[in-house]
Write a protein that binds this ligand. Structure first.
Ligand SMILES: Nc1nc2c(ncn2[C@@H]2O[C@H](COP(=O)(O)OP(=O)(O)OP(=O)(O)O)[C@@H](O)[C@H]2O)c(=O)[nH]1
Ligand SMILES: [Mg+2]
Length: 352
């Protein structure tokens, strides 16, 4: 007769099942209430923005400011195509990936090579995460520069994988860098905001719009447009009068979109900065640090919820397997009394 004295008893299985059933229901549609999430370690800031908006210059400025003011920051460059990074980032994709070599080896154009470089780097990102986790008590901020071709990072699987790896370990936020002088027209402003909105929806991470180059352009009209859609409509009317086509389909589209984006503007943090003269950088650092609370409330809570759901699913499956095993064991040999082994053990008896 098989010896089941070390195996789980029916009693154990029943208790396990009872416990699993008492847990909140788990299926993908259910909203289980997750416990509060409390992130620790540095805040990760991913700089994203249209080509030429000033991400790398801002990256440099943040580094300079960190050194000046003793902020403990760790810098990561994820742009394989940048010719010169004005600082020496602690982690640089160019140290392991040869962008030009990829272009010749795979006969790719510049954008394809950036995506391929990111794909290759994504395969090593677990090592990067190990390094970051080891150093997590040494830094308050991890700042990440991304490639100029915005879609290469935001819409590629590797960009997503990298962002998710960071966000599932650290409080992560996105700083969307806006080229203020190139956004001063209502139409370009609208396109840029639609893009920022799509990034918010894609990553679901706290997002701050950093209106850069404020040394050469005034950000205030744009901030007013975000607070008052009528002011934006007036600006649209003025610009459509100036345009040879007059008010047309595009103007009315922008008008309707501004109403849709009104909700987005309410949750969008904004700050005016200049990577060149350093204005607004203190405020940007404050926004980056305070994004932790938002991260904990939103992404962190969802993460906790997913972890809890998976754990509950695994426990339920284990309980069902255990119960099945017990049933099989009981039907194999009628002499075996399920639970007898553990009962005997509790009473200090040996099974005959
Ligand atoms: N006046 C002014 N110029 C800026 C500022 N920030 C960046 N620039 C200029 O904008 C240009 C583009 O800056 P980058 O930092 O290379 O922009 P980027 O977004 O990293 O560019 P890509 O990585 O190629 O997309 C450069 O000529 C910078 O000198 C700023 O705050 N003020
Ligand atoms: Mg750059």
């Amino acid at each position: 007769m098989a010896d089941f004295s070390l195996g789980p008893s029916q009693e154990d299985a029943d208790a396990f099942m009872r416990e699993a059933q008492q847990k909140p229901p788990v299926n993908d549609d259910d909203e289980t209430v997750a416990p509060d999430h409390k992130s620790e370690g540095p805040v990760v800031t991913i700089l994203i923005g249209m080509a030429g908006s000033g991400k790398t210059t801002l990256f440099h400025r943040l580094h300079y400011d960190a050194q000046e003011k003793g902020r403990r920051c760790y810098f990561v460059n994820l742009d394989p195509a940048v010719l010169e990074v004005p600082i020496e980032p602690q982690i640089d994709i160019r140290d392991t990936i040869d962008y030009k070599g990829i272009m010749t080896e795979y006969k790719l154009g510049p954008n394809g090579a950036i995506v391929t470089a990111l794909n290759l780097f994504a395969t090593q990102f677990a090592d990067v995460m190990t390094i970051l986790e080891k150093r997590k008590n040494d830094y308050e901020h991890i700042i990440v520069d991304t490639p100029g071709q915005i879609e290469a990072f935001t819409w590629s699987a590797s960009g997503q994988l990298i962002a998710e790896s960071l966000a599932s370990t650290f409080a992560t936020n996105v700083v969307y860098v806006v080229d203020t002088p190139r956004t001063s027209q209502p139409a370009t402003f609208m396109s840029n905001m639609v893009y920022a909105c799509s990034i918010l929806h894609k990553y679901r991470l706290p997002l701050t719009a950093a209106f850069n180059k404020c040394d050469v352009a005034d950000h205030k009209p744009m901030f007013t447009w975000m607070e008052d859609f009528e002011a934006f409509h007036e600006a649209l009317d003025r610009s459509s009068q100036d345009s040879p086509d007059g008010a047309g389909y595009v103007t009315s589209l922008h008008r309707s979109m501004s109403l849709v984006l009104d909700e987005f503007y309410r949750v969008l943090d904004r700050v005016a900065v200049s990577a060149v003269d350093g204005s607004g950088i203190d405020e940007l650092f404050e926004r980056m640090a305070s994004s932790r609370a938002k991260y904990d409330e939103t992404y962190g809570r969802e993460l906790e919820q997913r972890i809890q759901k998976n754990k509950a699913k695994r426990e339920k499956i284990a309980a069902e397997d255990l119960a099945r095993l017990q049933r099989d064991m009981a039907s194999d040999d009628s002499e075996i009394v399920p639970g007898a082994a553990s009962q005997a053990a509790k009473e200090g008896r040996r099974l005959p």
